[in-house]
Design a protein around this ligand. Sequence first.
Ligand SMILES: Cc1cc2nc3c(=O)[nH]c(=O)nc-3n(C[C@H](O)[C@H](O)[C@H](O)COP(=O)(O)O)c2cc1C
Length: 175
Amino acid sequence: MVARVTLLYAHPYPQRSRAGRVLLDAVRGLPFVDVRALYSLYPDFAIDVEAEQRALLASDVIVWQSPFYWYGAPAMLHHWFEKVLARGWAYGSGGDKLRGKRVLWVTTTGAPDSAYRPGAMHGHPFDAFVPAFQQTAVFCGMRWEEPIVVHHAHQLGDEKLAAAAAEYRRRLEAL
Ligand SMILES: Cc1cc2nc3c(=O)[nH]c(=O)nc-3n(C[C@H](O)[C@H](O)[C@H](O)COP(=O)(O)O)c2cc1C
């Protein structure tokens, strides 16, 4: 059976995006993928919690795709976490609605991988920034998939970006 995928796309400037757009374009046509572009759906940040929860209930895999901003995600994705992953629904007493679903985090960074080292620009390996996302999923009983991280998004050549996009598509098809 093909897994149903809900893809939360949180890019505040989709028209200016290069990397995120190429990645998204590689997967948005897949018949089992439902893309929810959060900044377009909720320009005023008034998330329709019931609609979001309905979409999650109908899916086996949840993708969080966004650029990497300030060592995390753009505000909309954090806001989505706060509103949609509610106590009594996603965690806590009776909060079992997401249990067993898989989460794939897909992000692009401005810096090269080599900047994510002690003593380098970002001071820590990139892996140091993953646990907050991973634990958000695990806290809600979801299964964490190996993230897709595309570094140096502005400088990456078209071929390498296309290869990353193809890999993203392959990962979703394999899930
Ligand atoms: C507000 C803001 C914060 C950012 N923070 C980071 C960061 O913490 N680490 C990093 O490597 N790049 C950072 N970047 C660069 C973005 O990750 C990069 O521009 C983006 O991934 C490129 O993808 P796009 O072409 O889809 O916009 C930041 C960019 C902005 C605008």
